[in-house]
Design a protein around this ligand. Sequence first.
Ligand SMILES: [Zn+2]
Length: 296
Amino acid sequence: MKRRTFLKFAALAAVLNPIEILAAASGNHIGKGKTQLRQLKVHPLELPAMSPPVTRDAHVKDYLTKVRHPNTPHKDDIILEPDQFQLLRSVVERFDKIQTHAGHGNFCVLGFEDALLLGEYHPEIGSFTPQELDFLEIIYHQDALDYGFKGEKQLVTLNQTINRKDLFKVPYSGNYLFRGESLEKYKRVKKNLGADLVLTSGIRGIPKQFYLFLHKAYRHGGNLSLASRSLAPPGYSYHATGDFDVGQKGFGGGNFSEKFTTTPVFRMLASEGFVEYRYKRDNMLGVRYEPWHVKL
Ligand SMILES: [Zn+2]
């Protein structure tokens, strides 16, 4: 974050309580996961205790059930409290307006600072409130392991931007890829699979990943763990560093389901050995199977 904006944010944060100021101003972890969880005022789903003794096998089975049914709530899930849920809703609505204003393609590669400025200068979007900014800072710096997401963080700072010179807009896809290794890999795949193959998602900057992750959590009652089983929390997505998603032309939403494995595009990808998957079936990263996600 630029100093000017950072200072402004720190001043706005000063209306919050001292621990919130620390979280907002430091831009860093203010402690290990558990402290952060108290900041988020989350609580686990309350279900009756399991009676049989929990063995390692039971843990593995429990884990696999979670990643095989990512949209089913689980007893250990981290869920936002009602007041935090209201913030979640207002933040999702604001990102939604920013996306409408910027257009899908541009929104994908927008930096966090750009998103704040768009809100500031366009009354139809409106500035993020201090409480919303504080909420976003806390979400960004939360250790995703607390949700059950075991992937590594890809970006460290919230203000990481994408250099426009590094971008290539892939025709007819509405998505961008990084010039160099990522674009070359896409071109190789495209050359071999032809018009049947479409790029369904390319680079995602921080606002886009925030939007996807928080929108998913919003649709599922503020369940952050559930969201993290299908969407990497902001900062953790490999879409920020060059991975991309592909699909079968005309297959719509089916491209983001296991049905994708029944398509000619998937069969050719697999048989040609083009794809090394980031999230294999029953991976131990806490993420559902994503046969459409191409690892760079
Ligand atoms: Zn992906």
